[in-house]
Design a protein around this ligand. Structure first.
Ligand code: DSN
Length: 394
């Protein structure tokens, strides 16, 4: 009976894997990991515990692996401090907020209605949350309004983050007022970390942010997890690490197989990040243009649609987005209800600008009513040619 349960689990996982290999995966929050990263996730480190202060024996190589990951992260992002312990991007953000704020402190963030990350910490940990004003039709911040708000509220933190991330944040514009008000400027690069690593997106450290955090599996090369980077301030590095070590608040054992996998992903980005990130942005720009040419409305004609991996299809509401997402999935094209499309995973499968009009054609055909089984056949024919992982070591 129990053996049957295991077989059923294995079969479900196998079905999922075979299916997603055939799909066109366009979720902007996901990516493929290389065989080398996957090998680390399956290593013995996945069975082990380690702690800063000696308690568990057997941890000498765990310490080494963490040091290797930290050194690679510091090198890749030219940061003086890196913490690779958060188990997710969300926990990286929690670590920064809880490490730096006292209960009741004011912070300023983007509202999720304006493409910001849906922070809900204040439901349990009292924070005086202020929302940065936004120019909704521009998909960008109202900079004079934001400067005024920061001047009035003098928040402990300004957090620039986005789930809809089509263009850079006004980091430079806000750096001066943050300095004047003693506010720490935090950049949540979850979506664009791989593009920053490859030098294809704004580098917040060069523009005045002191902290950069994020998840490591969107445009980054995986594995799922989080990271916090501090440009050069030792006190800040100390504060953002306080909840990530004994006695644990947010993370106890920090999953050393994930850290080993992250160390490999960091090395891959050091070696291949530049070419990868350029291809991702070239691909998303080509995809946006190709969709528009096929009468699929895309947000952002005024700013050439995108400077990241994301392309945002115009929808009138969430229901329509959900419907489009379902229509696409019937043809094995995987998107979200945003409808946000991301070019990073297909890029990591080796697709180039030549494939983007093909993808746009498949999306347009399906959304314009073509039979899903016919479109699906073409999707499988395309993806069958891109079954390996590019931008990694042999
Ligand atoms: N912020 C969510 C997204 O953009 O998909 C998940 O991290």
């Amino acid at each position: 009976m129990t053996a049957k349960m295991v077989q059923k689990i294995q079969s479900t996982v196998r079905k999922h894997e075979l299916w997603r290999q055939k799909c066109l995966n366009l979720i902007p929050s996901e990516n493929l990991t290389s065989p080398q990263v996957r090998a680390m996730l399956g290593s013995d480190f996945g069975h082990r515990y380690a702690w800063d202060e000696f308690w568990y024996g057997g941890q000498k190589y765990s310490v080494e692996i963490e040091e290797q990951a930290v050194e690679a992260a510091k090198k890749l992002f030219q940061a003086k401090y890196a913490n690779v312990r958060p188990l997710s991007g969300h926990l990286s953000l929690m670590a920064v907020i809880m490490g730096m704020c006292q209960p009741g402190d004011p912070i300023a963030i983007s509202h999720s209605d304006n493409g910001g990350y849906p922070l809900n910490l204040q439901a349990r940990f009292p924070l005086d949350v202020h929302y940065l004003p936004y120019l909704q039709d521009q998909y960008s911040m109202d900079v004079p309004g934001a400067i005024e708000l920061i001047g009035q509220v003098r928040p402990r933190l300004v957090i620039l983050g986005a789930s809809i991330f089509l263009k850079p944040h006004p980091v430079t514009d806000l750096a001066k007022i943050c300095q004047e008000t003693g506010t720490t400027l935090v950049y949540d690069g979850s979506h664009v970390l791989g593009l920053i690593a490859g030098g294809q997106f704004q580098n917040p450290f060069n523009e005045g942010a002191q902290i950069m955090l994020g998840s490591t599996h969107k445009t980054f090369f995986g594995p799922q997890g989080g990271i916090v980077l501090v440009k050069d301030d030792e006190d800040l590095a100390e504060q953002v690490s306080v909840t990530l070590r004994p006695n644990p608040v947010l993370v106890d054992n920090y999953h050393h197989h994930r850290v080993a996998a992250l160390a490999v992903a960091l090395a891959e980005l050091l070696a291949f990040g530049k070419a990868y990130a350029k291809q991702v942005v070239d691909n998303s720009q080509e995809l946006a243009q190709s969709l528009v040419q096929r009468n699929i409305p895309v947000i952002g004609a005024d700013w050439e649609y995108t400077s990241s991996h994301q392309v945002l299809v115009e929808t009138k509401d969430f229901e329509q987005g959900k419907q489009m997402c379902t229509q696409l999935e019937a043809a094995d094209i995987i998107a979200d209800a945003g409808v946000r499309l991301g070019s990073q995973e297909v890029t990591r499968r080796g697709m180039k600008t030549a494939q983007m009009p093909v993808i746009a054609q498949l999306i347009a055909e399906r959304l314009q009513g073509a039979d899903p089984s016919q479109v699906k056949k073409q999707v499988h024919s395309l993806t069958s040619q891109f079954q390996s992982t590019a931008f990694c070591f042999e």
